[in-house]
Write a protein that binds this ligand. Structure first.
Ligand SMILES: Cc1cc2nc3c(=O)[nH]c(=O)nc-3n(C[C@H](O)[C@H](O)[C@H](O)COP(=O)(O)OP(=O)(O)OC[C@H]3O[C@@H](n4cnc5c(N)ncnc54)[C@H](O)[C@@H]3O)c2cc1C
Length: 458
């Protein structure tokens, strides 16, 4: 049964929930129907839904997915790479728009069009998160995950030495109105997919990460203006729109998302948002702001991502790339990889996984696959987003078809591109040239005073 259908019918929701209530404190033993091990996925975004659907397909594990808001519209640009469509079997109608052109716009408003290297069937998918997340969650439920519409408030963890002890998840149901009593569920394994403000991370003492604050306004512009953004996304760089990130205009379903982000001067976010609106100028003029949203974006992994039988995935773990701020694919992928590791380690629901096993089967393979991507994008951000001269150089370099091709291939398909030594040497010289040209034309960054946050990244 779908989440939405469960919501629409309180009685059905109650039935579903009752089946979710813990019976007597069961000691899980595999193969007996009433005594299965329980895996709870906290959070129903892309990471949680993609984790839950894998666990739910193992009939000897009882899988729960706990989400506070079934119709959550996560503040997000909603851009996903092409490979995600096939890999996660997304239906065509999840993609509202196919972006085939991007404009990079420098601090001095020099525009470079990128996308020339894309093949006809290649695109960046733009989706509405409320639609995509809803679809993925419903699919997990159809596979058998038991949905609980509730806010997780606290998690009691077993002692480190207790290899069999259960976790108790306390939550307040959101489908029963304000007076819903607090309830709890005992489980054996937890997958923390509850985003940047993760309760699971707190419960396992996973430590903090630096985060950017990202701000976005959804703006409805007239049809003529919308036609301009039909297949086009814009990225603006400059210290006016962000001292350490970029501002964007992304085409959404029937409007544009206009936003920016920063780590090192978060109190300035409104000023940067005003600047991105100003830079987009006539292209969005007269538009009606239909939604304003802001949310943290993690800057790096948490110090700890697994403890005992609880693990973090997606934003809760800190899997967003620097430079591009991309996190949806990495959330879905990490959720899937963590769940596959859990299912494998639980051997048909007969044994509990261990921290060592989860580290070996999920954390290490994930880092092996994507560690280099995070490192490269971290370096690029440090080199090219730090001052206007470097930003001018960055946009200049984007003219190179080689740079465009490498960028799109690695973004769209999430695979390392085989280096071309001749082109790499040309690129090296090109970069030096671009940096020198950038220095010559750039206006110096305006100073700002934020002694605490400004030390956080650069
Ligand atoms: C403004 C902005 C623009 C962005 N643009 C892009 C983009 O264009 N492309 C891209 O790839 N990435 C983008 N990102 C990053 C992307 O949104 C995240 O990386 C992605 O959503 C992470 O997915 P997740 O499932 O890990 O977490 P989330 O999507 O945050 O999902 C967490 C879920 O857990 C639920 N939850 C949280 N706490 C609790 C609790 N205590 N109890 C129960 N449920 C709970 C929430 O309701 C939510 O549904 C953007 C981020 C921001 C802020």
């Amino acid at each position: 049964m779908k989440f939405a259908a469960l919501l629409a019918s309180p009685a059905a929701a109650l039935v579903a929930h009752k089946s979710a209530l813990p019976a007597a404190p069961v000691r899980a033993q595999a193969s007996s129907m009433e005594m299965k091990y329980r895996v709870a996925v906290v959070g129903g975004g892309p990471s949680g839904a993609c984790a839950a659907e894998i666990c739910a397909q193992e009939p000897n594990i009882e899988t729960y997915i706990i989400e506070r808001k079934f119709d959550n519209a996560k503040p997000c640009g909603g851009a996903i790479p092409l490979c995600m469509v096939d890999e996660f079997d997304l239906p065509a109608d999840i993609i509202d728009r196919k972006v085939r052109k991007m404009k990079m716009i420098s601090p001095s408003n020099r525009e470079v069009d990128i996308g020339k290297t894309l093949k006809e069937d290649e695109y960046i998918g733009m989706c509405r998160r409320e639609v995509m997340d809803g679809y993925l969650r419903d699919r997990a439920v159809e596979y058998g995950a038991i949905p609980i519409n509730a806010l997780v408030t606290k998690i009691d963890t077993p002692a480190d030495s207790d290899s069999q002890g259960r976790y108790t998840i306390h939550y307040s149901r959101n489908d029963l109105g304000r007076k819903a009593p607090e309830e709890s569920l005992d489980v054996d394994v937890i997958i923390g997919a509850d985003g940047a403000n993760s309760r699971v991370a707190k419960a396992i003492d996973a430590g903090e990460y630096n985060f950017a604050i990202a701000f976005q306004e959804r703006i409805k512009i007239d049809d003529e203006k919308m036609a301009f953004y039909d297949e086009l996304a814009e990225m603006y760089v400059g210290d006016d729109v962000s001292p350490d990130f970029y501002g964007w205009v992304f085409p959404k379903y029937d409007h544009v998302g206009v936003g920016t982000g920063t780590v090192i001067n978060r109190p300035g976010i409104k000023m940067y948002q005003d600047a991105i609106r100003e830079r987009a100028g006539d292209k969005i003029a007269g538009g009606k702001i239909i939604k304003v949203e802001a949310h943290p974006i993690p800057e790096h992994y948490r110090p700890r991502r697994v403890k005992n039988r609880a693990m973090l995935v997606g934003d809760a773990a800190g899997y967003v790339t620097k430079c591009s701020g991309e996190g949806i694919y990495f959330a879905a992928k990490s959720g899937r990889m963590a769940a596959e590791a859990v299912v494998k380690l639980m051997k048909g629901g007969t044994v509990l996984p261990t921290e060592e096993g989860i580290t070996a089967e999920y954390i290490k393979p994930y880092d092996g696959l994507y560690g280099p991507t995070y490192t490269v994008l971290d370096i690029l951000q440090k080199v090219f987003y730090t001052n206007n001269a470097a930003r001018e150089a960055f946009v200049d370099m984007c003219q190179s078809e080689y740079v465009q091709d490498v960028t799109f291939q690695s973004y769209l398909y999430k695979r390392l591109v085989t280096p071309n030594p001749v082109e790499d040497i040309k690129l090296l010289f090109g970069t030096v040239g671009s940096l020198l040209r950038g220095r010559a034309i750039a206006t110096p960054d305006k100073p700002f005073s934020n002694p605490v946050e400004s030390l956080k990244r650069l």
